[in-house]
Design a protein around this ligand. Structure first.
Ligand code: FDA
Length: 376
């Protein structure tokens, strides 16, 4: 279609930021989205007066003031601080690992006592040389107790593999804090958009130069799209775009089970991780606590999150960035480079675990390279 300058495939955050910025630069943009709604994985919808995070808990956090200011143009943010709890066989612990956790585990009261306890456990494990797998890596960083109670079961459920079979690099660093501080993120800015995330993407796409069509898969009409649009921004799976010709990239998937419960406050926190091996889900999200308990005082909406293997056709939530997949991605990226008409962006297009602030940054970098500054 000659009247458009760009076709954006995917109405997630990357596609929406690109479309918005291109429109501001006078370009006409068509956005197609295969789901029946916009916003990709940051989609939220109102259920019983509560903003439900449809694709898992989303907490916006960044230390980049420019990105924080950018996203605040499209929503007002509250002062939410992510302080997840861990439930290990019915025992509750604070996360991330901090003085509260150490006190709950061992009764220690000072940072020196906590450090000594962790150090003695690391030494007692008698690990020799470089850690050979995730288990050894975790123990060498934090000792056996925290590994056994708060890392092992959760990680094995997440990846569907024994910790001794997982590579050490998955845990390079662990968030450990010797203060009584349950704030999960270290970033300067953190919050949840009041009224949900979907409005951000709605506002990004609300421009006379942008047309949006949902429920449309690029691959249903790929040749026609490529023939009719001078330039394509593709935010779907890069291996699928190339028809898996070099092989499949691996992903992890998730299954979400959401229900409304007849209690105003189900678990007293937005996020509770289940770190034992027996509980089949990894976490329960109670959505109203992202907004300080707003919503029906008699009801709450909770979501259980189950990790799942990924097979073609499933939702690809997490790229599995091990050496093999990253090497394969590099080969696809080389094909992508040669494909001058198409720019690959976002979590699936660049096969990278991007957080929201990183996706916005990446989209703005792409806009800058493609179209330069905003006209004055
Ligand atoms: P996204 O996947 O959102 O968008 C791509 C869109 O393209 C999708 O809507 C898809 O349907 C569409 N599409 C794909 N193929 C297509 C085709 N062939 N035709 C048409 N459309 C197609 N980040 C953070 O900062 N804080 C957090 O707390 C979390 N939490 C979190 C939890 C979970 C469970 C996940 C999976 C992810 C997070 N994230 C996060 C990451 C966050 O979700 C992510 O940064 C953005 O949603 C990525 O935006 P993209 O536009 O790259 O992809």
């Amino acid at each position: 279609n000659t009247k458009y300058d760009y076709l954006v495939v995917g109405a997630g955050l990357f596609g929406a930021v690109f479309a918005h910025e291109a429109a501001l630069r006078g370009k006409r943009v068509k956005v197609i989205e295969k789901r029946n709604h916009i916003a990709g994985n940051i989609y939220t919808k109102t259920v019983d007066g509560i903003q439900v995070h449809q694709y898992g808990a989303h907490i916006f956090h960044t230390s980049d003031k420019a990105i924080w200011d950018y996203v605040n143009q499209f929503a007002e943010f509250n002062r939410f601080t992510n302080s997840p709890m861990a439930n290990y066989n019915g025992q509750l612990y604070n996360l991330p690992f901090n003085m509260n956790t150490f006190n709950e585990l061992w009764g220690v009261q000072t940072p020196a006592e906590a450090k000594a306890k962790i150090q003695s456990q690391i030494e007692a494990a008698h690990l020799n040389g470089q850690p050979k797998n995730l288990e050894e890596q975790a123990i060498s960083l934090i000792g056996t107790d925290i590994y056994q109670k708060l890392i092992k079961g959760y990680t094995e459920k997440q990846w569907g593999q024994a910790a001794t079979a997982l590579p050490a690099f998955i845990i390079r660093r662990l968030p450990v804090r010797y203060t009584f501080d349950n704030n999960y993120f270290n970033d300067t800015y953190q919050g949840i958009p009041i009224g949900g995330y979907t409005q951000i993407v709605e506002k990004l796409l609300d421009h006379v130069e942008i047309d949006v069509e949902t429920g449309v898969d690029f691959f249903a009409d790929r040749d026609a799209y490529l023939a009719n649009y001078p330039k394509v921004i593709f935010t779907g799976m890069i291996d699928q775009y190339f028809n898996y010709q070099l092989g499949e990239l691996a992903y992890r998937s998730l299954r979400f089970e959401t229900e409304t419960v007849n209690t105003g406050n189900y678990q007293g926190n937005a996020v509770v991780n289940y770190t034992d091996a027996e509980t089949p889900y990894t976490r329960i999200i109670e959505h109203k606590h992202f907004e300080f308990g707003n919503g029906d005082p008699e009801k709450s909406v909770i979501t259980r999150e189950y990790p799942a293997d990924w097979h073609r056709g499933d939702e690809p939530y997490y790229p599995v960035n091990n050496q093999q997949n990253n090497a394969l991605y590099k080969q696809y990226a080389a094909l992508a480079k040669a494909e001058g008409q198409v720019i690959f962006g976002g979590r699936l297009g660049q096969y990278r675990y991007y957080d929201m602030h990183q996706v916005i940054h990446a989209a703005l970098v792409t806009v800058q390279a493609e179209l330069g500054d905003l006209p004055q």
